[in-house]
Design a protein. Sequence first.
Length: 99
Amino acid sequence: MLSAITAGVTVATITCPLWLVKTRMQLQSQVPGAQRRYRNSFHCVAEVIKNEGFFALYRGLGASYLGVMEGTLQFVIYEQLKLVSSSHGSSKPGTAAET
């Protein structure tokens, strides 16, 4: 479980700037006739850092961490329910419980 949380947090931290840039690039193309704010992804990163600071690249990271925790919780609950259901006499065909 700890390794899953660590992996999820690491991936969220690394990919957060990529998602921010992707979202901003997509949103600017949805306004017909408007002048584009960013020329490309690299220009977008440079503009965000210049105008909003480096940590602006990590906006939304908290929500990503919540998503990691939610997925981990689902997995833990599933595993616990699976253990409980298997320990309550649910036997499979061909086991000693049939005879």
